[in-house]
Design a protein around this ligand. Structure first.
Ligand SMILES: Nc1ncnc2c1ncn2[C@@H]1O[C@H](COP(=O)(O)OP(=O)(O)OP(=O)(O)O)[C@@H](O)[C@H]1O
Ligand SMILES: [Mg+2]
Length: 373
């Protein structure tokens, strides 16, 4: 798939913008703070209805305005799809082919995106929360049923937490908490099964890619870390049963702490190279390669699940990678993946990319073409 058209209205520092793209590489060059990342963010938001930079959607709206709009035409195997996202004080409105979608889980997934930015190193180095977010976003874009289960789970979780918080004053709420627990377990089991299946697939791709980048020296492994121990290969009902027993056991602890202590919202993902935990013991270079292998694996995974390649967003990363890793990345893109790249200048970029790409100059929220692809 590829993005054929992008139109922005009052999005960050873009008052109005309309661009048409071919399926190849697009390079945005400009000084700091001119709007390069804003363009990639807009494409990301068009796909996920969420930003990679902020959870406050209102930040997308140009400061002195009261709404922002992103529109795109996505060329897919079976024809073009029109996407539209409107954000105002009233919230978000998402449309597919001009029809409003009540649930965001029915909007997300039309446009598939893999983004690679310097902060992605945090998927390896950062907190479990960042890794859960990574899992949720990536799985969400290929599985609407996952997104749905996740939304239901979080709704029940916050209701349950609210009741646990008032526990000392409202002990008569126990039966209500029990009802929430039971409903929550069903969604938790679905989430766990989806996540572990996803990681298994991702691991197959990423270990092959990682091996090839490291010339066979490093074996990468991804492991899902449960906050409640599970046996491998458990069925949905068995998972529910294990979780139920756990909740029975820790009931008093939860009541005195006033919050839900176990479940998918406390789980984690870990990376190992030749059996060593990369987060704790990996060198900077190993951590970078792990992040890159994981991102490249996502591209292949989406292709195998959806039957089309996602688009790729590379924000300020090309000049940061060494030659070896960069050539791996470029090999993956080669003529099959629409790619949007930002960089402050043309220097330090591969001649091949510069020759093939359509190049744009970004200056104070205005974009001017520099060279056709
Ligand atoms: N809601 C908004 N309304 C208007 N302008 C905004 C808004 N949000 C951000 N900006 C402006 O957008 C600019 C930042 O754009 P962006 O992050 O795309 O820069 P960049 O070109 O990627 O820079 P760098 O090379 O430093 O990464 C800043 O000048 C900021 O003031
Ligand atoms: Mg930037």
């Amino acid at each position: 798939m590829y993005v054929k058209k992008l139109a922005l209205k009052q999005y960050r520092n873009y008052e109005q913008l309309e661009l048409s793209f071919d399926a190849n590489v697009h390079l945005f060059i400009g000084d700091n703070a001119q709007g390069k990342t804003n363009i990639l963010e807009a494409l990301y938001v068009l796909a996920f209805a969420k930003s990679h930079r902020t959870s406050k959607d209102r930040e997308w709206i140009t400061w002195d305005q009261d709404f922002a709009k992103i529109e795109g035409v996505i060329e897919k195997k079976y024809g073009p799809v029109h996407l539209e996202l409107l954000i105002s004080a009233k919230g978000k409105k998402a449309k597919v082919n001009h029809l409003e979608q009540r649930k965001l889980s029915e909007y997300v997934g039309v446009l598939n995106v893999v983004m690679f930015a310097p902060e992605d190193l945090e998927i390896v180095k950062g907190s479990p929360q960042i890794r859960r977010r990574f899992l949720d976003m990536e799985l969400g874009q290929i599985s609407p049923s996952y997104l749905h289960a996740l939304a239901q789970y979080h709704k029940l979780l916050s209701q349950r937490n609210a009741l646990l918080k008032q526990w000392e004053k409202r002990k008569e709420n126990r039966p209500v908490i029990e009802v929430f627990t039971e409903q929550m377990l069903a969604y938790a089991a679905k989430i766990l099964l989806k996540r572990t299946g996803f990681i298994k697939n991702l691991q197959e791709w990423s270990s092959a890619i990682h091996q090839s980048i490291t010339s066979g020296k490093e074996q990468l492994e991804l492991r899902y870390v449960y906050s409640t121990p599970m046996d491998e290969g458990m069925k949905e009902q068995e998972i529910i049963e294990v979780l139920r027993q756990k909740f029975d056991k820790i009931r008093e602890q939860e009541e005195s702490r006033g919050t839900t202590l176990f479940g998918p919202h406390r789980d984690d993902l870990q990376f190992f190279i030749n059996g060593m935990n990369v987060q704790t013991f990996g060198s900077q270079g190993q951590q970078r390669t792990t992040a890159l292998s994981t991102k490249l694996a996502e591209i292949e995974l989406i292709h195998s699940e959806i039957g089309e390649y996602p688009i790729l967003l590379l924000d300020d990363v090309l000049s940061e990678l060494d030659d070896h890793r960069r050539s791996h990345l470029l090999e993956t893109i080669q003529g099959k993946i629409q790619t949007f790249v930002t960089n402050t200048s043309l220097e330090g970029l591969d001649q091949q990319i510069v020759n093939e790409a359509t190049i744009y100059k970004v200056q104070q929220g205005k974009i001017s073409p520099m060279k056709e692809g």
